[in-house]
Design a protein around this ligand. Structure first.
Ligand code: VGL
Ligand code: ZN
Length: 198
């Protein structure tokens, strides 16, 4: 077995009570902890935005969260301020077993560009370095869990498949935002990209 468990954005702001809460986001923590046992590597990602990040609706006058704007790198959904570096909302859910992590990967730290995927920023070309880490450790089979299914999990899983990794998304251990049909769309897109939804 050489599979890596990649846990996407299990942070307070994506859990009930957080700034960008995903329904029942906290319900998957125990299952994710259990899944860490038996993985060859555990990687935890963290959405990690500077204050006044360009994905925040608050930075665009007259715009509200969930509206879509055109950025130089393509369309961008606007979000409430969330996962600001150093804040409580950016911390992992307190019950997440972070002691098992081999690697913490932070993303979305450049003000001018968002990064849903753990592999590339939203221009789909600026790498985060995760691909090199996995390849140099010989990790070819990836399991994705976490938040949110239809954004950061889906974008990460599709990039991984495009890069040639064998990719499974464990749906029971993910929860989605599901805005405007985004959940069904993400599931179709993941399947089309060669991702196995379990
Ligand atoms: C996410 C929206 C904005 C996610 C992160 O983790 O899915 N979604 N930032
Ligand atoms: Zn974000």
């Amino acid at each position: 077995m050489n599979h890596a468990l990649i846990v996407i954005d299990m942070q307070n702001d994506f859990c009930p009570g957080g700034a960008l809460a995903v329904a029942d986001g906290d319900q998957i923590v125990a299952g994710i902890n259990a899944r860490m046992v038996g993985a060859s590597a555990v990687i935890l990602t963290q959405d990690w935005h500077p204050p006044r990040h360009s994905s925040f609706a608050s930075q665009h006058s007259g715009r509200a969260p969930l509206e879509v704007i055109d950025m130089p790198y393509g369309p961008q959904v606007l979000w409430p301020d969330h996962c600001v570096q150093g804040t409580a909302g950016a911390q992992f859910h307190p019950d997440l077993d972070t002691d098992n992590a081999d690697l913490f990967l932070r993303k979305g730290f450049r003000r001018e560009i968002d990064s849903y995927s753990a592999f590339f920023e939203n221009d789909q070309s600026t790498p985060t370095g995760l691909e090199g880490y996995l390849r140099s450790r010989g990790l070819t089979q990836l399991e994705f869990v976490g938040l949110a299914t239809d954004f950061c999990v889906a974008w990460s899983a599709m990039d991984a498949a495009r890069l040639g990794f064998s990719v499974r998304v464990l749906s029971d251990l993910c929860r989605g935002i599901d805005h405007d049909g985004s959940m069904a769309q993400a599931q179709d897109a993941m399947r089309a990209a060669g991702v196995t939804l379990v």
